[in-house]
Structure formats: structure tokens, C-alpha cells
Design a protein around this ligand. Structure first.
Ligand code: MTE
Ligand code: MOS
Length: 729
């Protein structure tokens, strides 16, 4: 096996004048050196558009962009070979912020004058709404980059297969994306590219599109040398050039009646996409349709844009463009409560969507979707002892101040109208004659607990003991294209596909046993590890015995399952439509302490009430809520990526600070279950929501403690201290 290393751009923007690889080539143990000229297929990574090259051609557009790939006997040798490659650059002026990118006369990096994409939502008449309003509030909010900081960095191994095929072992959320990308870059048809997802040490969105870019490197080298090639990124390399959460600027204007009722929302949402489109348009779209929050408002006008800069391309991160807008709308709800002298809980209850109400996109909320928003508010209020604490914190003496804050939001589960064409999933299920069950799906486990949850679903549907089921690693040759493992969709889509397959196998078993016992298969029921007579409740036999009988009679105990999600809609002209088939509803309460001498915030307690339809595995759900809570806290008060002249300087976890166990607050998960009719056993999804509302709950609590509004995160000690000083002068 060879090891790969990649020469990456030291400049944020430059023209490549020449590349000289002669010296490196003559190094013993170096087997291949590839530039874009050695790519047998297409040098464009297809995500939404095709603007990003796998290896740079004439221009590099961000620090860390890949230019040359080397395959050598060892990783050290490959890295040494990079130092012998001579690239001559003409440095070009770089565009390093949203503001600069939109300034007239700025260099154009991409899109239409640095605008990759715009979206809009138009509902009612905001001008009229603001005229009617008793009170109007307007503020601007800024949110930072966020790095996924998964335990395992990105990486892939490419192994040449039979007669020109290739096998890829990849740490990825989206094996089918990798399959398509490798098919493109090598010019092979899809049936010659097999991608196996290896045990993945966390993804959080950071292994959605980028694993394709990563796998292309060993794939190109493997094709050229005929040898297996391994490429694993160092932490520094991973931090510099892999995707991040988009930094954003959100302008938000609210109009409300003195009763607290919202009458107009106007917002402008801009994200810093970086040098290539990648997933930015979809991230922007999801953010845009969530900008108005989980509130009733007759008049809504939202505009959004993804802006091109000479910075690392941003992408998916748990919440996918919504944590940014949630920070804005939840800060605004607290502003409104403050202006009207109302309690933040009251203002949310007054405006919270109810069954029969319309979202900002005109989607009517139905009971079938599962709607437990109000209960999440009430439970969070009650469990956190909200009112008693708000009262207690009113007049605090001393330098340490306590505070409590709330956030409420909605989150569309699944790909929604932006991804109808991929809103399906397959499964393969097979029962062996020892009654053990093999399950395969197209979505990926990355620590979230999908494997356990799906095995539970199989066991429940087949009526076999949980221990009998083994879900194997995700492999593109095993099940049809099932789309990406994103948008908290795996439980619904793979769960339903597995149920579909299990029903077919169950029918074979019931048919055989019915015939053998001389009873109608309709009275048979599979549950609790065996076969029961539905009418008498009598247990007829164990699952294992029923399988033995069925296999003896040569029944077909293997099946493919398939699930197609309900179709969703979006009108480009006015942003109206039935965007998602279901929503998860959440209310978070954060309790914090601010040291006014240092600006340090300590988050002590979080109450997180989630309506997820049905908690198929409550323990795993708690794990999601606690882990996501930590990431949300990091986003709110700690995590920051710094650049100097377009060069990333936060290039390791010693400077990019994430929460550790010592920083962890108590996080109390509260399960609310309003079942989604189409979900497996009513389940919706809980993968991303635990992170999404934590930052504004904390900043609202900081305001409660200190009176200081936080409109830019992270609320680091420096920022809080500066604000405290300002407020005194
Ligand atoms: N939990 C762990 N432990 N590791 C992860 O990488 N990714 C999150 C979430 N929870 C992640 C995680 C993200 S971004 C998504 S979209 C969902 O899991 C995907 O899994 P699901 O569809 O099973 O919810
Ligand atoms: Mo999750 S950001 O949808 O991978």
C-alpha cells in the first residue's frame, strides 16, 4: 500500500504559473505524482454545481486548496516529496469577508459578482404589518465559523479491484456521494465503483461532501499505480481545508402589537460560503425557510444570499444553516419581551405555532406531522423552575451574576423540498437458517446510534430478539442509492425501508406457519421474539422455530425494502410551499453564571425539551441531547476560527477551543412525543436539534444576568468584558 500526501496552496488567492515535480519524482520510493493533468475523468466535484476542482488548475482560491498529490512508500516520504515540488505563484488580491465580497469593484471569486445564490420568502405584506405594529425592533447579528472537531480526521483508502474496478474505504456520512465523485474523477461507470463506509469517528456534517474530495486523491493515485493507496489527513490539514459551519450576518426586524403578537418579520441572511459553492446553496435554503422561527406571523419578507470569498468552502454542520438564524430570531424574541415588559416564556407562548397555523412558507401544521411545540415550552418552563429563578435573579448583588434564558425553534426533518429527488432509501434484510438476521441500509452510523435504533426497528417488526439482528457496514454495492446521512433523516428513511423489507419476510413466515398449523396467516402475529395467535394471545412458537420451518420449506427469507418520502414543495418566486413532511420542535433553557470581573461564563444547567415523535431509544436520545448540547455551548461561548490575511491560524485543537468534560453543564433531556404518522412507530429525528438552540438560550441568560445584549457569538470572556466596560461608561 502507498501513502498519499497533498501539496496545498499557501495563498488565499493566486495564479499558478508553473509546477515543477522533477526533483520529487526522482526520489526513490515515490511512485506517483499527480496534478489535474493526470485525472482520467472529470476534474470537477459535482455537488450542486460543478465549480470545485479536485486538484487546482490555473488558479487557487483558498488557503489549503489541493494542487498536487503524491503517492509514496510511506507517509513521511510522501510529505518529504512535497517539499521538493516547486510551484510558482502570482499572488492575487483576496476577498476575505462578506462585506468586501459585496463591495463594488472587488475581485470576483465566483457566482454572479460574488453571489452564489439568493433565496426569498414573501408572505403577506410586511410594509402593512410594520404600519400596524405598536412596536418595531431591529438588530444585526453575527455568527462565527464552527469546526466539527470530529475525533477521526477525514481519510480514505482506494484499492484497485478486478478488471479496472475500484473499491474505496471511506470515513463518510454519504457513501453514495463518494461513489458518484469517484465515478466522475476516474471516468468509471457507477457499477465499477464500490464504496464501503468504515467505522466513522464522528461526522456532524463534516463528512457529507468533503469525503468525496478526500477519496479522489487516493483514487487517482491508485489508478495510476495499480496499488492500494491510503490518505489520512493530519488534524492541521483537516482544520485548514475541510468544511466548516458558515459564518453569517443576519439583519432582523420585528413588528408586534402591544399584546405581544407578531405582525411582521423582515430579515436578511447572508452566509460566507468560501471559495466554492459546494453545499452552500442548500445550507442557505434550509436557513432561509427557518428564519422566521416557529411562530405565527402573517407578514414575512426574507432575503438571503450565499457569498463567495477566498476562504475555505463551508458546508454542512449539525443544523445546516439554521443555528445562525435561530440565534437571531431567539435573541429578537427576548428583545421583544424586554421592550414589552413581558416574560420571555409568555411572548413565545403567544406566538408559537399551533395545529392549523401556517409557517412563514405557508405550510399548514397538521396533527399528523406531530406537533408538540407548546408542550416543549411548558415542560422546559416547569422543569427549569423558570419563574422562581427569573424572580430570584432580578436584583443580584456581588460580582458573580446568575441568569436563565430560553430558546424555542422548529426543525424540518429530512431533505425537504430542496432534495426531493434524493428523498428515498433502500434496505436489504436476510434471515439465515440459524435465525440470525442480517440487515443492510444505505445510511451511515457515525456515533449517533443509528445502528442500534435500526436493529430495534427490525427486531420489533420481525418479532425476533434484538440480539439476532446484525446491521452491517454501509456498502454501495449492497443497497440502492439511499441519499446522504444528513438532516436527521436516517431513522425515518432507513427505518421505514427496513420495515418494508421485514414485512415481506414476515409474510413468507406467516404463510408457511399458517399452512402448517392449518390456520389463516391473518391471525398470526410476530412479536416479543415469537409467533402469537392474535385472537387467543397464545404463543405458538419462537422466532427461531418459525424460521427453521420456513427455510425447510424453501421459503424466501430475504427481501429488499424501499421507502419514498412524501413529496414536498417550494416555490422559488415567493418561497412558499410545504417544505418538510415533519418538524421536530424544541425548547431549551440555559442557566448560567457570569463572573463580571473576567467575563467568564459558566453554563451550569440546560433543560432541553424535544418533541421527536417517538424516542425509539431514550438512552441514545439523551446521548444526542448531551453531546449536541456541548457543541451548542461551544458555538455560543468558546469556538472561534481566526485568520490572518486569509491564512487560517487556528490550525489545531490547542487553539481552536472546544468544551471538555470539565466544562459540561448538567443537561437534562425532556422527551415529548407527538407521533409523526409516517415515521417508524411515530419517530421524527433528533440528530441535529440538540445543538441548535443552545447558543441563544445561553446569550439570553447572559442578558438576564448582566443586562448586556449579546448580538455576536461566541460570547467569549473578552467580548463580555468589553461589553460590561462599555455599559458602565
Ligand atoms: N452524533 C454523533 N455522535 N456523531 C455525529 O457525527 N452527526 C449529527 C447527528 N448526531 C453526529 C451525531 C448530524 S449532523 C446528523 S445530520 C445526524 O446525527 C445524522 O444521523 P441521523 O439521521 O441518524 O439522525
Ligand atoms: Mo447533518 S449537518 O445534516 O450532516
Amino acid at each position: 500500500m502507498l501513502h498519499a500526501a497533498v501539496l496545498r496552496s499557501p495563498h488565499p488567492h493566486a495564479r499558478i504559473i508553473s509546477i515543477d515535480t522533477k526533483k520529487a519524482e526522482s526520489l526513490p520510493g515515490v511512485y506517483a505524482i499527480c496534478t489535474y493533468k493526470d485525472i482520467p475523468g472529470k476534474n470537477r466535484h459535482h455537488v450542486v454545481t460543478e465549480d470545485q476542482p479536485f486538484l487546482a488548475e490555473d488558479v487557487v482560491r483558498h488557503h489549503g486548496e489541493a494542487i498536487v498529490a503524491v503517492g509514496a512508500e510511506s507517509r513521511e516520504l510522501a510529505e518529504y516529496a512535497l517539499t521538493l515540488i516547486d510551484v510558482k505563484y502570482e499572488v492575487l488580491p483576496a476577498v476575505l469577508s462578506i462585506e468586501e465580497a459585496l463591495k463594488e469593484g472587488s475581485p470576483v471569486i465566483g457566482g454572479d459578482n460574488n453571489i452564489f445564490r439568493r433565496y426569498k420568502i414573501r408572505k403577506g405584506d410586511v410594509e402593512e404589518g410594520f404600519r400596524k405594529a405598536d412596536i418595531i425592533i431591529e438588530h444585526e447579528f453575527k455568527t462565527p465559523y464552527q469546526e466539527h472537531a470530529y475525533l477521526e480526521t477525514n481519510g480514505a483508502i482506494a484499492v484497485p479491484g478486478n478488471s479496472g474496478d475500484i473499491n474505496i474505504y471511506s470515513t463518510t456520512q454519504c457513501p453514495f456521494y463518494v461513489q458518484h465523485a469517484i465515478s466522475d474523477v476516474l471516468g468509471l461507470s457507477l457499477n465499477r465503483v464500490r464504496v464501503i463506509q468504515t467505522t466513522t469517528g464522528g461526522g456532524f456534517g463534516g463528512k457529507e461532501d468533503v469525503p468525496s474530495m478526500v477519496a479522489a486523491i487516493p483514487a487517482i493515485l491508485a489508478m495510476k499505480t495499480g496499488r492500494p493507496v491510503k490518505y489520512i489527513l493530519s488534524r492541521e490539514e483537516d482544520l485548514i481545508c475541510m468544511s466548516k459551519r458558515h459564518p453569517a450576518i443576519i439583519k432582523y426586524k420585528l413588528g408586534a402589537m402591544s399584546t405581544g403578537e407578531l405582525v411582521a418579520i423582515e430579515a436578511d441572511y447572508k452566509i460566507n460560503a468560501g471559495a466554492y459553492v459546494t453545499l452552500s446553496t442548500i445550507v442557505l435554503w434550509r436557513g432561509t425557510v427557518h428564519t422566521a422561527g416557529p411562530y405565527r406571523c402573517p407578514n414575512v419578507k426574507i432575503d438571503s444570499m450565499a457569498v463567495a470569498t477566498n476562504l475555505v468552502p463551508c458546508g454542512a454542520y449539525r443544523g445546516f444553516g439554521t443555528p445562525q438564524v435561530i440565534f437571531a430570531h431567539e435573541s429578537m424574541m427576548d428583545e421583544l419581551a424586554l421592550e414589552l415588559g413581558m416574560d420571555p416564556v409568555e411572548i413565545r407562548k403567544i406566538n408559537a405555532l399551533r395545529i392549523g397555523d401556517e409557517t412563514s412558507t405557508g405550510q399548514v401544521i397538521t396533527e399528523d406531522m406531530g406537533m408538540g411545540l407548546m408542550e416543549t415550552i411548558e415542560k422546559a418552563e416547569e422543569m427549569s423552575n423558570w419563574h422562581e429563578k427569573r424572580k430570584r435573579y432580578e436584583n443580584q448583588e456581588g460580582e458573580i451574576k446568575k441568569g436563565i434564558g430560553m430558546s424555542t425553534f422548529m426543525y424540518g426533518v429530512g431533505l425537504g423540498a430542496g432534495g426531493n429527488f434524493m428523498a428515498r432509501a433502500g434496505a436489504h434484510l436476510q434471515v439465515y437458517n440459524d435465525a440470525s438476521v442480517l440487515a443492510a441500509v444505505g445510511t451511515a452510523e457515525m456515533g449517533q446510534g443509528m445502528k442500534t435504533v435500526l436493529c430495534q426497528i427490525v427486531s420489533e417488526e420481525l418479532g425476533c430478539p434484538f440480539e439476532y439482528v446484525n446491521l452491517i457496514e454501509t456498502d454501495t454495492s449492497r443497497v440502492p442509492d439511499s441519499g446522504p446521512t444528513v438532516a436527521s433523516r436516517a431513522t425515518i428513511v432507513s427505518g421505514n425501508a427496513l420495515r418494508d423489507a421485514a414485512k415481506k419476510i414476515k409474510a413468507e413466515i406467516h404463510d408457511t406457519i399458517g399452512k402448517k398449523l392449518g390456520i389463516s396467516p391473518d391471525v398470526l402475529e410476530s412479536r416479543d421474539g415469537g409467533l402469537f395467535n392474535k385472537e387467543t394471545g397464545e404463543k405458538l412458537m419462537d422466532f427461531a422455530e418459525s424460521v427453521r420451518i420456513a427455510t425447510d420449506r424453501r421459503q424466501h427469507l430475504a427481501a429488499q425494502g424501499w421507502y419514498r418520502c412524501p413529496t414536498t414543495t417550494f416555490n422559488e418566486e415567493n418561497g412558499q410551499g410545504d417544505i418538510y413532511f415533519t418538524y421536530t420542535w424544541v425548547t431549551d433553557v440555559a442557566e448560567i453564571e457570569v463572573d463580571t470581573r473576567t467575563g467568564q461564563v459558566k453554563v451550569e444547567h440546560i433543560t432541553a425539551a424535544h418533541d421527536i415523535g417517538k424516542a425509539i431509544n431514550p438512552t441514545l436520545m439523551e446521548g444526542q441531547i448531551q453531546g449536541g448540547g456541548a457543541q451548542g455551548m461551544g458555538y455560543g461561548i468558546m469556538e472561534e476560527i481566526l485568520h490572518k490575511d486569509g491564512i487560517m491560524i487556528t490550525t489545531n485543537l490547542s487553539t481552536y477551543i472546544i468544551p471538555t468534560t470539565l466544562d459540561m453543564p448538567d443537561i437534562i433531556p425532556v422527551i415529548v412525543e407527538y407521533p409523526y404518522k409516517e415515521g417508524p412507530f411515530g419517530a421524527k429525528g433528533v440528530g441535529e436539534t440538540p445543538l441548535m438552540g443552545i447558543a441563544p438560550a445561553i446569550t439570553n441568560a447572559i442578558r438576564n444576568a448582566t443586562g448586556i445584549p449579546i448580538r455576536e457569538i461566541p460570547a467569549t470572556p473578552e467580548r463580555i468584558l468589553a461589553a460590561l466596560k462599555n455599559s458602565k461608561t
